[in-house]
Design a protein around this ligand. Structure first.
Ligand code: UDX
Length: 439
């Protein structure tokens, strides 16, 4: 099928590349010339495992352009995969989605199905359809379908090629038939429903996962107080298949481009209808506090960070991505800098993006060892494998005072006990270095 994809971020580009892998003829449209040139040369503008390899493999059936008119005019299907960032009031900014809808209306010259992949508030597909229909330049039939993505960064290609489910929201059966044809070679259950339900499936799924994380983080905080161990608690809970053993990792909260934005957007929408979602509100509040958990813990050891050498391991919101959106590092590092800390930071892929925000205020190190040298305290914000596999006896050898605040529970307590460090993690017993205790 002839497919056009609007937007080449995580959603658009991964969708386009995976559809090309399934034999479709795909044109990806972006407004940024330099990005388009990169992609034409087979270079992915985003860091995402396996994406570039798959792009190069499919360059025969994969085109990149800024010329939306040509891309859209005779497409059978047009996917909208542009961003829906959060506005200051928590609602979703739909200007990019509506902008693409206008371009589609002015460009299409044959019947087509417009598929909304971007995460949009419930009811937006209806508005997109009305907007396109009232602005059409040619007398054609256009059907709008909702087809939310469920891809996580770091596993986006795998999640798209092997989805847990394909959700299709349509108002006319013909649009459903076209999308079934698009996905005919994908091995996944297909859920066909109306558009509003499809839009809701996306928000409800993300918000439920965010809620699960905030729930386990609250239980972790209580475990610390009463002397239980969150790892054992989550392990014990996870055997119940109704609960499941995934997304029960306690830590310093969720970040990224989806959970923070989608929880706030659904909460905003519900409030707009005078129907507050109290569980989602709680998930948001718990997460905001949780992100500051390590800094709060550090007050047990230091009144403030003035003159302290602080080692930071991990800057990105999770491993496997260079994305910093809503990363705990972005909330915590300014607090330390404001106090007058000397910060050394390490991250295997996030440094370039962090340098755009803090070009000079931080020393960026190439190795974990260099980061730890002469440090008074170490903060672990991201559970990179390099951190998890790091020889923990080195913390004591390299740091001036080996106080490690681990926001991702990277080490098991039995190994830490042998490393003679002060180790404060989430929802577990704090271990103290033998010759020191908190002030
Ligand atoms: C998420 C959803 O997983 C995906 O289905 C959706 O389409 C987009 O949003 P992503 O934001 O890439 O994907 O990351 P994810 O792996 O879900 O993690 C989100 C955040 O939750 C990260 O900050 C992660 O560290 C945190 N998290 C995740 C936890 O704190 N504990 C967990 O058990 C799992």
């Amino acid at each position: 099928m002839k497919i056009a994809v609007a937007g080449t971020g995580y959603v658009g580009l991964v969708t386009g590349v995976c559809l090309a892998e399934h034999g479709h003829n795909v044109t990806c449209v972006d407004i940024d010339d330099s990005k388009v040139d990169l992609m034409k040369a087979g270079v992915s503008p985003i860091f995402e495992p396996d994406l570039e390899e798959l792009m190069i493999k499919n360059l025969d059936g994969l085109y990149f352009t800024t010329d939306y008119k040509t891309a859209y005019k005779d497409a059978d299907v047009i996917f909208i995969g542009v961003g829906t960032p959060e506005k200051k009031d928590g609602s979703a900014n739909l200007s990019y989605v509506y902008g693409v809808a206008e371009q589609i209306a002015e460009s299409i010259e044959k019947d087509c199905v417009v598929v909304v992949k971007s995460t949009v508030p419930i009811g937006t597909n209806d508005k997109i359809e009305a907007m396109i229909k009232s602005n059409l330049s040619h007398n054609v039939n256009v059907y709008v379908a909702s087809n939310p993505e469920f891809l996580a960064q770091g596993t986006a290609v795998r999640d798209t090629l092997h989805p847990s489910r394909i959700v299709i929201g349509v108002e006319e059966p013909i649009a459903g038939e076209v999308l079934k044809e698009v996905y005919k070679d994908f091995d996944a259950p297909i859920v066909i429903t109306n558009r509003k339900s499809a839009e809701m499936i996306k928000y409800a799924s993300n918000d439920f996962l965010a809620l699960k994380i905030s729930f386990i983080n609250e239980i972790a905080n209580l475990c610390e107080i009463i002397g239980a161990d969150i790892e054992d608690v989550a392990h014990g809970m996870g055997y119940d298949s109704r609960i499941g053993n995934r997304f029960l990792n306690a830590g310093i909260g969720y970040g990224g481009s989806c959970f923070p934005k989608d929880t706030k957007a659904l909460h905003w929408l519900a409030n707009f209808h005078d129907n507050e979602l109290k569980t989602i509100k709680a998930a948001i509040d718990v997460n905001e506090n949780q992100k500051l958990k390590l800094v709060k813990k550090s007050r047990k050891y230091f009144d403030n960070f003035k003159g302290l050498n602080v080692a930071v391991l991990g800057l990105t919101f999770k491993p496997g991505t260079d994305d910093l959106r809503e990363a705990p590092s972005l909330l915590n590092i300014p607090i330390m800098l404001e106090d007058g800390a000397n910060i050394k930071a390490w991250d295997p892929v996030g440094v370039d993006n962090f340098k755009k925000i803090y070009p000079h205020e931080i020393t960026y190190c190439n190795t974990i060892e260099d980061t730890l040298k002469a440090a008074d305290v170490c903060f672990i914000f991201t559970e990179w494998d390099e951190v998890k596999n790091f020889d923990i006896t080195k913390y004591n050898k390299l740091m001036r005072t080996p106080i490690v605040l681990d926001g991702r529970n990277c080490y098991d307590l039995a190994s830490v006990k042998k490393a003679n460090i002060t180790y404060d993690s989430i929802g577990r017993e704090t271990l103290y270095i033998l010759e020191a205790s908190p002030v």
